[in-house]
Design a protein around this ligand. Sequence first.
Ligand SMILES: [Cu+2]
Length: 281
Amino acid sequence: MSRRFQRTALWSAGLSFLFAALVAGAWVVKAQENYSGWWLPVNIAPEYGQLQDLMFNIFLVLTSILALIFYALMAYAFIFNRGRKGKKGFYTHGSRRFQLGLVAFFTVFVIGGEIFVLGQVTGDVWDRMKQGVPENALRIEVMAEQFAWNIRYPGPDGKFGKTDLELMDEENPFGIDEDDPAAGDDVVTVGRLHIPLDVPIHILLRSKDVLHSFFIPVLRVKQDAVPGETINVWMRALKTGKFQMVCAELCGLGHTAMKGSVVVESKKDFQAWLEQEAAVD
Ligand SMILES: [Cu+2]
């Protein structure tokens, strides 16, 4: 074995080890947060959230099979064609038929296996996520800004008060018009989203300034907030507790300050919280 080859092998082994150590470290940190365990974060979303995880797993298995085939071919090539005494290198053009066969196989594997199988298994999951906002959903407004999540509830009367762009400022991120009777009980919070358990929630997502991304891992919800647009997002939580809500778009220097939380509570607790907040306002 040549010196150079040995050095390269050592470096590769070292780097692979370092990479493995980094991945293991990240896992330990995640496990300590006691929120996601060793794999994906817990999933408290109904059907479509479960289907997303299924899609992820199918992709992972199929691409792992492909990766293993490629690594095996590479290992074969390296080991059986390594430099040996008395063995000379030779040139080969290869077999066109074999190469075409390989291309055909992988094309069918990727298109047929991944896209077709995924389509069959997951069906209209995208449609349900993006279009299927239930009529009876509880509406909550989320306004992203550098660097906070402003959240507005219609209050116990179920009606959002009027807003006016002119009234928007630091104190009043939504520009709520306090002269409107429906505005009196509107509740605004920052960075903490309260939602009732097992109730469809319709988020009207907006941004004041730049692109942000509304990301609640446990609910498998991730949607860009785009300035000038109101985007519909819907979700339903099947477990009470406090979970992470983050901005998944590098939106500026204070990006990490957009780490908030989602509090899922029983309908009764949610109603009590809402009434209390409305009274404070
Ligand atoms: Cu952001």
